[in-house]
Design a protein around this ligand. Sequence first.
Ligand code: ATP
Length: 138
Amino acid sequence: MSTFLLEIVTPERMVFSEQVDRLIATGVDGEMGVLAGHIPTVTPLKVAPLVFQAGNKRTNFAIQGGFLEVRPDKVVVLAESAERANDIDVERARAAKERAERRLNNRSSQDHTDFRRAELALQRAMNRIKVSSSGENR
Ligand code: ATP
């Protein structure tokens, strides 16, 4: 099977850059699979897992929104933040989830911006918890 270069980039750094066989990402319009030779395209990504395979090795990343860009020479995931399953601090994500839930349950806080921010924080935390439990298999 032919491979392609996958780069995962955040505003802070290049998180990942290796040859892979295939990937599955969750775009705003649903799941999207990419193999070598896919037509060039740009898709906004949800706060969701990204899974890719290289040989027998499957790797999961938590992607916190951004874009998937399929270029002729490589595939680039530009993410707000991205963590490999094995690098996720689950306790931190659980604490973030509880904090967000407390804010969402606090009816006295009527500020729409705070509410939306808490909803997004909850999505990020739940994505991280889900991805960390999927781990990596060889
Ligand atoms: P927290 O409230 O715990 O900071 P957050 O969702 O607000 O979570 P982000 O602003 O999305 O955090 O990310 C800030 C930085 O911290 C990024 O570099 C991100 O990769 C990293 N990060 C956030 N949460 C975790 C986690 N649970 N495990 C590992 N890295 C994390």
